[in-house]
Design a protein. Structure first.
Length: 303
């Protein structure tokens, strides 16, 4: 399959420095799109919609990285459905081995229903791109700020496992001066059906990157810290701990060792399989829009 990858690379040196020998160009007009079978959109989030629209107009199925901008997306969704063009929004964490284990534990029904959970996703924004200043890429803009982007990124897998919240309230704001005008911390309290309650904290001021989950069910407790590479389950029926270990995975030099390439590779395989009609991609613009509306409501931008 021939993929067209839309991305943003600032210098010719970086464009030419790719270890997979991918053909690279800085002139879109030079590309013969007739032979392109699908598109991967990995531009800054504020450029996603224009390339989704291009893909739809040219009848090319597309995969788009995590989005955070709702404006215009509902109309794009209508056009994609009308023309029957696949738009596959990223849902990377669904492919993480720990998230798969947590989903399996909850869905098996053995440990009763979920009662409550607390989840903290914290990172330090200057660590995202150590090769450039925070002010020089999209995370420095209010609409596409790092913390704001991660809220729907995490909600995508949470809603897949727990369900969609019936109510959500939250606080958000700037707690640290990093030289940019963004909100760096989001706190959400969520109410789900069947008397399930959850707290989600997302920040980009954590000097040590963390993803920590405590999830209680009627007959168990799940603990997960992403830097321990194990999901811990306390089985209250048998009064024992059960450990779900997962492999270290492949990491890229310069990135946090817990950010493995495996889940991204698996996600793109799922997209290619969806393009070939061999399986359904596990996310949709309908779900993306629903989650983005939740974020906008917490921010007071939607009623």
């Amino acid at each position: 399959m021939t993929l067209l990858v839309m991305t943003y690379v600032k210098t010719e040196e970086k464009r030419q420095k790719n270890k997979y020998e991918i053909e690279v160009t800085d002139n879109f007009e030079k590309i013969d799109t007739k032979d392109i079978q699908a598109v991967v959109i990995s531009t800054p989030p504020d450029k996603h919609n224009e390339w989704i629209e291009w893909s739809i107009e040219n009848r090319k199925p597309c995969f788009v990285e995590a989005s955070v901008i709702l404006d215009g997306l509902e109309e794009i969704n209508k056009q994609a459905k009308k023309k029957e063009i696949l738009v596959a929004p990223s849902c990377t964490m669904k492919f993480h081995p720990a998230i798969k284990d947590i989903k399996d534990i909850i869905r098996c029904g053995k440990y009763g229903k979920v009662t409550n959970f607390t989840y903290h996703s914290g990172q330090y924004l200057p660590d995202w791109h150590t090769y450039e200043d925070v002010k020089d890429f999209y995370v420095s803009k209010r609409e596409t700020g790092g913390a704001r982007e991660i809220v729907p990124f995490e909600l995508t897998w949470i809603c897949d496992i727990i369900g969609f919240p019936q109510e959500a309230i939250g606080f958000y704001g700037k707690t640290m001066d990093m030289g940019v005008d963004i909100d760096d911390t989001y706190l959400l309290s969520l109410k789900f059906k069947d008397r399930i309650y959850g707290n989600l904290t997302v920040d980009v001021v954590s000097r040590y990157a963390i993803r920590n989950l405590i999830l209680n069910t009627e007959n168990a407790q799940i603990l997960w810290k992403w830097d321990e590479r194990v999901v811990k389950l306390y089985d209250t029926i048998n009064k024992r701990w059960i450990y779900f270990n997962y492999p270290e995975g492949i990491t890229v030099e310069g990135y946090n060792r817990n950010i493995t390439d495996d889940m991204y590779v698996e996600e793109l395989k799922a997209f290619i399989n969806a393009v070939n009609n061999s399986e359904k991609f596990p996310n949709s613009l309908d779900e993306d829009i629903r989650i983005l509306k939740l974020l906008y409501k917490v921010e007071g931008k939607l009623k």
